[in-house]
Design a protein around this ligand. Structure first.
Ligand SMILES: [Zn+2]
Length: 219
């Protein structure tokens, strides 16, 4: 009786369909989210800046990221960060790299003020809670306001837009750790943003292992 009463009390609305649920998102939406999951999150783990990615930016996953950013359902970042961590813990990379410094891709301060939070930081925080990696939330700073990447067509335009967009943040100015860095972002589109961030870190002799992202936008 008491359990029933408590579970009623702890019900809230699923941020993705408004149905009542005792979890962060309802079971039906969880299943739809898992339909967006990649079978192999390591399929892009190659090249100069390897990418580890949980799912495809489409359907319910696209809705969940939008709901996190624009409707401010911050608990979605916790869920997605958990899932990214669970996928990572199942890889051989985890066994090889027990020490990592995790750095979220920062927002420009003006954008951060508008939104009130950086979704990549929240995802990175949740990822670190499960993996035990150290979070360096102020590892990078964004000093240039950039145009939305989807509005730029050519690779050249995108690179120019991002050039010198980042500087080392306060958290890394005296960085002496020998553990490599994993960058975290919510959506991976062309890789221009994370490439620019990695370039800056590498120019300071910081080892960048790769990028972790929740969703990849496929053309
Ligand atoms: Zn739902």
């Amino acid at each position: 009786m008491l359990d029933k009463f408590l579970s009623l009390f702890l019900q809230s609305n699923c941020p993705l369909c408004q149905r009542s649920t005792g979890e962060i998102v309802c079971v039906s939406c969880q299943n739809q989210l898992k339909n967006c999951q990649l079978n192999n999150p390591c399929q892009f783990w190659q090249g100069k800046l390897p990418l580890f990615v949980w799912g495809v930016y489409q359907g319910k996953l696209k809705q969940a990221i939008a709901s996190l950013k624009y409707d401010k359902h911050l608990q979605l970042a916790e869920l997605m960060g958990d899932w990214l961590a669970e996928a990572w813990l199942n890889t051989s990379y985890y066994k090889q790299t027990k020490k990592l410094t995790v750095i979220p891709i920062p927002l420009h301060p003006k954008k951060l003020q508008e939104r009130g939070f950086n979704q990549a930081e929240l995802i990175a925080r949740s990822f670190c809670n499960l993996t035990g990696y150290s979070l360096q939330a102020k590892g990078l700073e964004r000093i240039k306001e950039t145009q939305a990447m989807f509005s730029l067509n050519s690779l050249n335009d995108r690179e120019n837009n991002l050039r010198d967009a980042f500087v080392l943040g306060k958290g890394l100015q005296k960085f002496r750790s020998d553990s490599p860095v994993l960058l975290i972002d919510d959506i991976y589109t062309t890789g221009t943003t994370t490439n620019e961030a990695a370039k800056l870190l590498r120019s300071h002799n910081i080892l960048v292992l790769g990028v972790g992202a929740i969703a990849i936008a496929k053309k």
